[in-house]
Design a binder for this molecule. Structure first.
Ligand SMILES: [Zn+2]
Length: 414
Protein backbone atom coordinates (compact mmCIF):
# COMPACT_ATOMS: atom_id res chain seq x y z
CA UNK A 1 0.00 0.00 0.00
CA UNK A 2 2.82 2.33 0.95
CA UNK A 3 4.56 1.51 -2.34
CA UNK A 4 1.37 2.16 -4.23
CA UNK A 5 0.96 5.55 -2.56
CA UNK A 6 4.52 6.42 -3.46
CA UNK A 7 3.95 5.34 -7.05
CA UNK A 8 0.90 7.59 -7.30
CA UNK A 9 2.74 10.54 -5.78
CA UNK A 10 5.72 10.04 -8.08
CA UNK A 11 3.49 9.87 -11.16
CA UNK A 12 1.66 13.01 -10.05
CA UNK A 13 4.98 14.77 -9.56
CA UNK A 14 6.16 13.57 -12.95
CA UNK A 15 3.14 15.13 -14.66
CA UNK A 16 3.65 18.53 -13.01
CA UNK A 17 7.40 18.75 -13.48
CA UNK A 18 8.87 20.99 -16.13
CA UNK A 19 9.31 19.08 -19.35
CA UNK A 20 12.57 18.99 -21.27
CA UNK A 21 10.93 17.48 -24.31
CA UNK A 22 13.11 18.10 -27.38
CA UNK A 23 15.73 20.07 -25.47
CA UNK A 24 19.03 19.23 -27.11
CA UNK A 25 22.41 18.82 -25.47
CA UNK A 26 24.98 20.36 -27.81
CA UNK A 27 28.75 20.28 -27.82
CA UNK A 28 30.86 22.94 -29.53
CA UNK A 29 34.64 22.94 -29.83
CA UNK A 30 36.33 26.28 -30.54
CA UNK A 31 39.37 25.98 -32.81
CA UNK A 32 40.85 29.44 -32.28
CA UNK A 33 41.25 31.91 -29.43
CA UNK A 34 38.88 34.20 -31.32
CA UNK A 35 36.19 31.50 -31.32
CA UNK A 36 36.64 30.99 -27.55
CA UNK A 37 36.00 34.69 -27.07
CA UNK A 38 33.01 34.66 -29.42
CA UNK A 39 31.46 31.68 -27.64
CA UNK A 40 31.83 33.34 -24.24
CA UNK A 41 30.31 36.57 -25.53
CA UNK A 42 27.49 34.71 -27.26
CA UNK A 43 26.57 32.80 -24.07
CA UNK A 44 26.83 35.87 -21.83
CA UNK A 45 25.27 38.56 -23.97
CA UNK A 46 23.12 37.03 -26.68
CA UNK A 47 21.74 33.90 -24.98
CA UNK A 48 21.86 34.42 -21.20
CA UNK A 49 18.98 31.95 -20.85
CA UNK A 50 21.03 29.02 -22.19
CA UNK A 51 21.88 26.37 -19.61
CA UNK A 52 25.67 25.97 -19.83
CA UNK A 53 26.66 22.51 -18.58
CA UNK A 54 30.36 22.95 -19.23
CA UNK A 55 31.67 26.43 -20.07
CA UNK A 56 33.92 27.45 -22.96
CA UNK A 57 37.49 27.52 -21.67
CA UNK A 58 40.20 27.29 -24.26
CA UNK A 59 41.07 26.23 -27.81
CA UNK A 60 40.16 22.62 -28.69
CA UNK A 61 38.26 22.08 -25.44
CA UNK A 62 34.57 21.47 -25.83
CA UNK A 63 31.76 23.36 -24.17
CA UNK A 64 28.41 21.69 -23.51
CA UNK A 65 25.03 23.37 -23.24
CA UNK A 66 21.34 22.57 -23.20
CA UNK A 67 19.13 24.33 -25.74
CA UNK A 68 15.33 24.62 -25.66
CA UNK A 69 13.37 23.81 -28.84
CA UNK A 70 12.40 27.48 -29.23
CA UNK A 71 16.03 28.62 -29.36
CA UNK A 72 17.44 25.71 -31.29
CA UNK A 73 17.50 27.05 -34.82
CA UNK A 74 18.65 30.49 -33.73
CA UNK A 75 21.53 29.07 -31.66
CA UNK A 76 22.56 26.66 -34.39
CA UNK A 77 22.54 29.42 -37.01
CA UNK A 78 24.56 31.72 -34.79
CA UNK A 79 27.22 29.03 -34.26
CA UNK A 80 27.25 28.35 -37.99
CA UNK A 81 27.88 32.05 -38.67
CA UNK A 82 30.84 31.89 -36.27
CA UNK A 83 32.05 28.78 -38.14
CA UNK A 84 32.00 26.80 -34.90
CA UNK A 85 31.19 23.14 -35.40
CA UNK A 86 28.62 21.50 -33.17
CA UNK A 87 27.74 17.94 -32.28
CA UNK A 88 24.31 17.01 -30.94
CA UNK A 89 25.12 14.85 -27.94
CA UNK A 90 21.52 14.19 -27.03
CA UNK A 91 18.55 14.94 -29.29
CA UNK A 92 15.96 14.91 -26.51
CA UNK A 93 17.21 15.20 -22.94
CA UNK A 94 13.72 14.37 -21.58
CA UNK A 95 14.26 10.78 -22.75
CA UNK A 96 17.33 10.58 -20.49
CA UNK A 97 15.37 12.15 -17.60
CA UNK A 98 12.61 9.57 -18.05
CA UNK A 99 15.07 6.73 -18.12
CA UNK A 100 17.28 7.70 -15.19
CA UNK A 101 14.92 6.32 -12.56
CA UNK A 102 13.57 3.51 -14.67
CA UNK A 103 10.57 5.39 -16.01
CA UNK A 104 10.04 4.03 -19.48
CA UNK A 105 7.93 5.47 -22.22
CA UNK A 106 4.89 3.30 -22.78
CA UNK A 107 1.98 3.84 -25.14
CA UNK A 108 1.57 7.51 -24.34
CA UNK A 109 1.99 6.98 -20.62
CA UNK A 110 4.78 6.61 -18.10
CA UNK A 111 5.59 3.23 -16.64
CA UNK A 112 7.42 3.30 -13.33
CA UNK A 113 9.46 0.38 -12.10
CA UNK A 114 9.71 0.24 -8.34
CA UNK A 115 13.02 -0.47 -6.68
CA UNK A 116 13.10 -1.58 -3.06
CA UNK A 117 16.71 -0.64 -2.75
CA UNK A 118 16.91 3.09 -2.12
CA UNK A 119 20.63 3.23 -2.83
CA UNK A 120 20.23 1.61 -6.24
CA UNK A 121 18.16 4.51 -7.55
CA UNK A 122 18.09 8.30 -7.33
CA UNK A 123 16.21 8.59 -4.06
CA UNK A 124 14.51 11.83 -3.06
CA UNK A 125 15.10 13.94 0.06
CA UNK A 126 12.57 12.11 2.27
CA UNK A 127 13.75 8.65 1.24
CA UNK A 128 17.37 9.52 1.97
CA UNK A 129 16.40 11.03 5.32
CA UNK A 130 14.62 7.81 6.37
CA UNK A 131 17.54 5.72 5.20
CA UNK A 132 19.96 7.80 7.31
CA UNK A 133 17.63 7.40 10.31
CA UNK A 134 17.65 3.66 9.74
CA UNK A 135 21.48 3.54 9.78
CA UNK A 136 21.54 5.70 12.90
CA UNK A 137 19.17 3.33 14.68
CA UNK A 138 20.86 0.09 13.65
CA UNK A 139 24.60 0.77 13.85
CA UNK A 140 26.45 1.91 16.97
CA UNK A 141 29.25 3.64 15.04
CA UNK A 142 26.77 5.82 13.13
CA UNK A 143 25.28 9.06 14.45
CA UNK A 144 22.82 11.31 12.67
CA UNK A 145 22.47 14.98 13.60
CA UNK A 146 20.43 17.90 12.40
CA UNK A 147 22.72 20.92 12.20
CA UNK A 148 20.16 23.44 10.98
CA UNK A 149 17.35 24.08 8.52
CA UNK A 150 17.06 25.10 4.90
CA UNK A 151 15.00 28.00 3.54
CA UNK A 152 11.97 25.72 3.20
CA UNK A 153 12.61 24.25 6.63
CA UNK A 154 14.08 20.93 5.57
CA UNK A 155 16.69 19.40 7.87
CA UNK A 156 20.37 19.93 7.16
CA UNK A 157 21.62 16.49 8.16
CA UNK A 158 25.07 15.21 8.94
CA UNK A 159 25.91 11.56 9.42
CA UNK A 160 29.02 10.79 11.40
CA UNK A 161 30.99 7.54 11.50
CA UNK A 162 33.15 7.09 14.55
CA UNK A 163 34.75 3.96 15.99
CA UNK A 164 36.64 5.57 18.86
CA UNK A 165 37.46 8.86 20.60
CA UNK A 166 39.90 11.65 19.71
CA UNK A 167 40.18 11.14 15.99
CA UNK A 168 40.59 13.81 13.37
CA UNK A 169 37.64 14.13 11.02
CA UNK A 170 37.34 13.94 7.25
CA UNK A 171 34.41 16.01 6.00
CA UNK A 172 32.52 15.23 2.78
CA UNK A 173 29.56 17.17 1.37
CA UNK A 174 27.52 16.49 -1.75
CA UNK A 175 24.46 17.81 -3.54
CA UNK A 176 25.25 21.51 -3.17
CA UNK A 177 23.96 21.81 -6.72
CA UNK A 178 20.46 20.32 -6.79
CA UNK A 179 20.62 18.67 -10.18
CA UNK A 180 23.84 16.74 -9.58
CA UNK A 181 22.03 13.59 -8.53
CA UNK A 182 24.93 11.20 -9.08
CA UNK A 183 26.97 13.03 -6.43
CA UNK A 184 24.23 12.49 -3.83
CA UNK A 185 23.56 8.89 -4.88
CA UNK A 186 27.27 7.96 -4.81
CA UNK A 187 27.69 9.39 -1.32
CA UNK A 188 24.51 7.71 -0.04
CA UNK A 189 25.82 4.40 -1.39
CA UNK A 190 29.16 4.93 0.37
CA UNK A 191 27.29 5.79 3.59
CA UNK A 192 25.38 2.52 3.25
CA UNK A 193 28.61 0.53 2.85
CA UNK A 194 30.30 2.27 5.77
CA UNK A 195 27.28 1.59 7.95
CA UNK A 196 26.70 -2.03 7.00
CA UNK A 197 30.16 -3.40 6.20
CA UNK A 198 31.91 -2.60 9.44
CA UNK A 199 33.74 -5.76 10.60
CA UNK A 200 33.18 -7.37 7.19
CA UNK A 201 35.35 -5.25 4.91
CA UNK A 202 38.91 -4.53 5.97
CA UNK A 203 39.20 -1.41 3.80
CA UNK A 204 36.05 0.07 5.33
CA UNK A 205 37.39 -0.74 8.81
CA UNK A 206 40.76 0.84 7.97
CA UNK A 207 39.07 4.08 6.88
CA UNK A 208 37.46 4.44 10.29
CA UNK A 209 40.46 3.28 12.33
CA UNK A 210 42.34 6.52 11.77
CA UNK A 211 39.59 9.04 11.14
CA UNK A 212 36.03 10.00 11.92
CA UNK A 213 34.06 10.51 8.70
CA UNK A 214 31.40 13.18 8.52
CA UNK A 215 29.05 13.39 5.56
CA UNK A 216 26.47 15.95 4.51
CA UNK A 217 24.86 14.04 1.63
CA UNK A 218 22.36 16.79 0.80
CA UNK A 219 23.86 20.22 1.43
CA UNK A 220 21.11 21.88 -0.66
CA UNK A 221 17.99 20.00 0.52
CA UNK A 222 15.42 22.35 -1.09
CA UNK A 223 17.17 22.52 -4.43
CA UNK A 224 17.55 18.75 -4.44
CA UNK A 225 13.88 18.24 -3.54
CA UNK A 226 12.84 20.69 -6.26
CA UNK A 227 14.70 18.67 -8.90
CA UNK A 228 12.55 15.69 -7.95
CA UNK A 229 9.25 17.53 -8.02
CA UNK A 230 9.40 20.50 -10.39
CA UNK A 231 12.51 21.00 -12.45
CA UNK A 232 15.16 18.33 -12.98
CA UNK A 233 17.73 20.96 -14.02
CA UNK A 234 17.52 23.20 -10.90
CA UNK A 235 20.96 24.07 -9.47
CA UNK A 236 20.60 26.74 -6.75
CA UNK A 237 18.83 26.85 -3.40
CA UNK A 238 15.20 28.04 -3.27
CA UNK A 239 15.19 31.41 -1.53
CA UNK A 240 13.34 34.11 -3.41
CA UNK A 241 15.66 36.99 -4.34
CA UNK A 242 13.55 39.25 -6.54
CA UNK A 243 10.03 39.04 -7.96
CA UNK A 244 11.21 36.86 -10.83
CA UNK A 245 14.43 35.31 -9.58
CA UNK A 246 14.77 32.47 -7.13
CA UNK A 247 17.87 30.94 -5.65
CA UNK A 248 21.54 31.48 -4.92
CA UNK A 249 24.35 29.25 -6.12
CA UNK A 250 25.46 28.02 -2.68
CA UNK A 251 28.88 27.18 -4.06
CA UNK A 252 29.43 30.89 -4.78
CA UNK A 253 28.15 32.11 -1.40
CA UNK A 254 31.08 31.22 0.89
CA UNK A 255 33.63 33.65 2.33
CA UNK A 256 36.33 32.91 -0.24
CA UNK A 257 37.01 36.17 -2.03
CA UNK A 258 33.21 36.42 -2.35
CA UNK A 259 33.21 39.93 -3.82
CA UNK A 260 35.39 38.97 -6.80
CA UNK A 261 34.35 39.17 -10.44
CA UNK A 262 34.18 35.41 -11.08
CA UNK A 263 30.62 34.88 -9.93
CA UNK A 264 27.38 36.43 -11.05
CA UNK A 265 25.69 39.44 -9.45
CA UNK A 266 22.59 38.78 -11.55
CA UNK A 267 19.89 37.10 -9.39
CA UNK A 268 18.41 35.07 -12.25
CA UNK A 269 21.80 33.64 -13.21
CA UNK A 270 22.57 30.01 -12.39
CA UNK A 271 25.83 31.14 -10.74
CA UNK A 272 24.27 33.97 -8.70
CA UNK A 273 26.54 34.55 -5.70
CA UNK A 274 23.79 35.77 -3.35
CA UNK A 275 23.04 39.29 -2.07
CA UNK A 276 25.83 39.07 0.52
CA UNK A 277 28.44 36.62 1.72
CA UNK A 278 26.80 33.72 3.62
CA UNK A 279 23.38 35.23 2.86
CA UNK A 280 21.89 31.72 2.62
CA UNK A 281 20.95 29.53 5.60
CA UNK A 282 22.36 26.40 3.94
CA UNK A 283 25.86 27.80 3.40
CA UNK A 284 25.80 29.45 6.83
CA UNK A 285 24.78 26.26 8.64
CA UNK A 286 27.36 24.21 6.81
CA UNK A 287 30.16 26.70 7.45
CA UNK A 288 29.46 27.12 11.14
CA UNK A 289 29.40 23.35 11.62
CA UNK A 290 32.62 22.75 9.68
CA UNK A 291 34.31 25.63 11.47
CA UNK A 292 33.69 23.95 14.78
CA UNK A 293 34.71 20.53 13.38
CA UNK A 294 38.03 21.80 11.91
CA UNK A 295 38.43 18.67 9.78
CA UNK A 296 41.83 17.58 8.49
CA UNK A 297 40.27 17.23 5.03
CA UNK A 298 37.30 18.77 3.22
CA UNK A 299 35.69 17.29 0.10
CA UNK A 300 32.96 18.77 -2.10
CA UNK A 301 31.44 16.16 -4.42
CA UNK A 302 29.86 17.40 -7.66
CA UNK A 303 29.14 16.20 -11.19
CA UNK A 304 30.46 16.15 -13.86
CA UNK A 305 33.58 15.89 -16.03
CA UNK A 306 35.81 13.43 -14.08
CA UNK A 307 38.33 15.65 -12.40
CA UNK A 308 39.88 16.14 -8.96
CA UNK A 309 40.29 19.87 -8.37
CA UNK A 310 42.77 21.40 -5.94
CA UNK A 311 42.59 24.95 -4.50
CA UNK A 312 42.21 27.64 -5.42
CA UNK A 313 39.18 28.32 -7.58
CA UNK A 314 39.13 32.08 -6.94
CA UNK A 315 42.62 32.87 -8.21
CA UNK A 316 45.51 31.31 -10.09
CA UNK A 317 47.58 31.19 -6.91
CA UNK A 318 47.95 27.87 -5.09
CA UNK A 319 48.29 27.05 -1.38
CA UNK A 320 51.61 26.30 0.26
CA UNK A 321 51.12 22.52 0.17
CA UNK A 322 50.10 22.53 -3.50
CA UNK A 323 52.68 19.88 -4.41
CA UNK A 324 51.45 17.48 -1.76
CA UNK A 325 47.78 18.13 -2.64
CA UNK A 326 48.51 17.34 -6.29
CA UNK A 327 50.56 14.19 -5.62
CA UNK A 328 47.83 12.80 -3.37
CA UNK A 329 45.17 13.60 -5.96
CA UNK A 330 47.16 11.79 -8.64
CA UNK A 331 47.51 8.71 -6.44
CA UNK A 332 43.77 8.83 -5.77
CA UNK A 333 43.01 9.21 -9.49
CA UNK A 334 45.11 6.11 -10.23
CA UNK A 335 43.21 4.13 -7.60
CA UNK A 336 39.90 5.35 -9.04
CA UNK A 337 40.92 4.37 -12.57
CA UNK A 338 41.67 0.81 -11.42
CA UNK A 339 38.02 0.33 -10.40
CA UNK A 340 36.29 0.81 -13.73
CA UNK A 341 38.84 2.36 -16.12
CA UNK A 342 37.42 5.87 -15.75
CA UNK A 343 40.28 8.33 -15.86
CA UNK A 344 40.00 11.38 -13.56
CA UNK A 345 42.11 14.40 -14.41
CA UNK A 346 43.86 16.42 -11.67
CA UNK A 347 43.96 20.20 -11.91
CA UNK A 348 44.05 23.45 -10.00
CA UNK A 349 40.40 24.58 -10.03
CA UNK A 350 40.96 28.06 -11.51
CA UNK A 351 42.93 26.60 -14.42
CA UNK A 352 40.47 23.81 -15.18
CA UNK A 353 37.45 25.82 -16.27
CA UNK A 354 37.32 29.45 -15.28
CA UNK A 355 38.03 30.99 -11.87
CA UNK A 356 35.10 31.18 -9.43
CA UNK A 357 34.56 33.17 -6.25
CA UNK A 358 32.84 32.12 -3.05
CA UNK A 359 33.50 28.40 -3.48
CA UNK A 360 33.13 26.16 -0.41
CA UNK A 361 36.34 24.15 -0.76
CA UNK A 362 38.38 27.34 -1.22
CA UNK A 363 36.80 28.67 1.97
CA UNK A 364 37.78 25.49 3.87
CA UNK A 365 41.39 25.80 2.73
CA UNK A 366 41.57 29.56 3.37
CA UNK A 367 39.72 29.89 6.66
CA UNK A 368 40.17 26.62 8.55
CA UNK A 369 43.07 24.51 9.78
CA UNK A 370 42.06 22.02 7.06
CA UNK A 371 45.21 20.81 5.30
CA UNK A 372 43.56 18.95 2.44
CA UNK A 373 40.72 20.45 0.45
CA UNK A 374 39.35 19.07 -2.83
CA UNK A 375 36.41 19.30 -5.18
CA UNK A 376 35.71 16.11 -7.12
CA UNK A 377 33.58 16.18 -10.27
CA UNK A 378 32.24 12.65 -10.82
CA UNK A 379 31.25 10.86 -14.04
CA UNK A 380 30.85 11.29 -16.97
CA UNK A 381 33.45 13.08 -19.08
CA UNK A 382 32.45 16.04 -21.23
CA UNK A 383 31.00 14.68 -24.46
CA UNK A 384 29.24 11.66 -22.96
CA UNK A 385 25.58 11.47 -23.75
CA UNK A 386 24.18 11.94 -20.27
CA UNK A 387 25.97 14.85 -18.53
CA UNK A 388 23.98 15.54 -15.35
CA UNK A 389 21.37 12.89 -16.20
CA UNK A 390 23.09 9.63 -15.33
CA UNK A 391 21.29 6.32 -15.73
CA UNK A 392 20.85 4.68 -12.34
CA UNK A 393 23.16 1.84 -13.46
CA UNK A 394 25.99 4.37 -13.00
CA UNK A 395 25.41 4.73 -9.24
CA UNK A 396 27.27 1.64 -8.07
CA UNK A 397 30.37 1.97 -10.28
CA UNK A 398 30.56 5.68 -9.51
CA UNK A 399 30.30 5.03 -5.76
CA UNK A 400 32.94 2.28 -5.95
CA UNK A 401 35.44 4.52 -7.71
CA UNK A 402 34.74 7.46 -5.39
CA UNK A 403 35.17 5.17 -2.37
CA UNK A 404 38.51 3.96 -3.74
CA UNK A 405 39.53 7.59 -4.17
CA UNK A 406 38.51 8.62 -0.65
CA UNK A 407 40.27 5.59 0.88
CA UNK A 408 43.46 6.38 -1.03
CA UNK A 409 43.30 10.01 0.02
CA UNK A 410 42.81 9.06 3.68
CA UNK A 411 45.82 6.70 3.54
CA UNK A 412 47.95 9.61 2.35
CA UNK A 413 46.85 12.20 4.92
CA UNK A 414 49.16 12.91 7.80
ZN1 LIG B 1 28.26 21.32 -9.00
Amino acid sequence: MKNLMFLILMCAAQVEAKTYENYQLLKATPKTQQQVKELKAMFNDEYPELDIWFPPTTVNRSTEFLVSPSLLSSVKNRLKSLEIEIVVINHNIQTAIDEENGIRRGQGQYVMSWSRNITAKFANYDEIKSLLKHFNKNHSHVNLYKIGSSVENRDMLIIKFSTGPNKKAIFVESGMHGREWLSVASIVKIIKWMASKRGKDSKIDAMMTRYDWVFVPMSNPDGYHYTHTNDRMWRKNRRKITKNCIGTDLNRNFAANWRGVFSSREPCNNNFRGPSVFSEPESRVLASYVKQLQPIAFFSIHTYSQVILTPFAYNYITPQNHGQLTRLAETAATAMERVDRHRFAVSVASRYTNPANGVAFDWAKMRLTTKYSYLIELRPTVGDSYGFIAPKTQIKPSALELLAGLQTFANGFS
